[in-house]
Design a protein around this ligand. Sequence first.
Ligand code: AFP
Length: 283
Amino acid sequence: MHTIIETIKSIAFEIDQAIKTEDLGYSNSENSSGEDQLKLDVQSDLIIEKAFASVAVVKNLVSEEKEGVLELHAEGKYTICYDPLDGSSLVDVNLSVGSIFGIYEGVLKAQNLVASAYVVYGPRVELVIAQKSQKPMLYRVLNNAFKQIAEITMEKKGKLNAPGGTQQHWEKHHKILIDDLFAQGYRLRYSGGMVPDLHQIMLKGGGLFSYPGTSDKPEGKLRQLFEVIPFAFIYEQAGGEAIDDKGIRLMELVPKHPHDTSPCFFGSVYEIDVMKKAYGIEA
Ligand code: AFP
């Protein structure tokens, strides 16, 4: 695991450099979710593939930018599922973006996730790593190296509300939930990049990030293996909660396909309780 973490650190430096210096245009290809790929998406994916090619414990890679599984080392132990540049459509307006990594051992399902990590490329580069039975650890780049900063613990109740999805497609009970939180004084914080949005909620104590099932996307937008499960693990390790629209822990998800999505709710204990009441889920 140490080698994987060190590799993620070097990947973060390379992708950060690419974001700062490379062409922001579109490539001529689509990813497996049918989205146009930016040159930066393709390049970040390549950086990650090359970096893990020399890490023998990595058996397979599964990328948001590729269809299927790429075998690297038949004798390896871990499969790394990653989103190389989440929120890449925000780079051209100079907002923060991120890379997300889920490290799985065995069949690709949430219960087999052994560690996860994400990198935030913002005014500073930050990295959060979570491993079993440990609080997530925050690292920040200082003097060209990652320095360990602090363990992350969420409060029981926060102040921020990050509601994803198009409002005109929300279900009635979801609108009631979002309105209720605003009526309680919660402040809107939504950039359109799940990495900085979830990072902000976690570091500022708590709140709710939601990406529900909607009439146009009943299974939500965010991908289970690369986005939802890695963050669910980090939120739970930090003392928060992460569930789907039926109240089931996201850490119980079993994707049928690498690119399956799920409605998802990440928050502190209080906001997840409010969500359950709005959705008619038994506490
Ligand atoms: P892109 O990678 O296409 O920019 O999408 C980012 C993302 O997957 C996630 O980071 C955001 O939370 C979510 O999509 C935003 O989606 P909406 O624009 O539908 O709110």
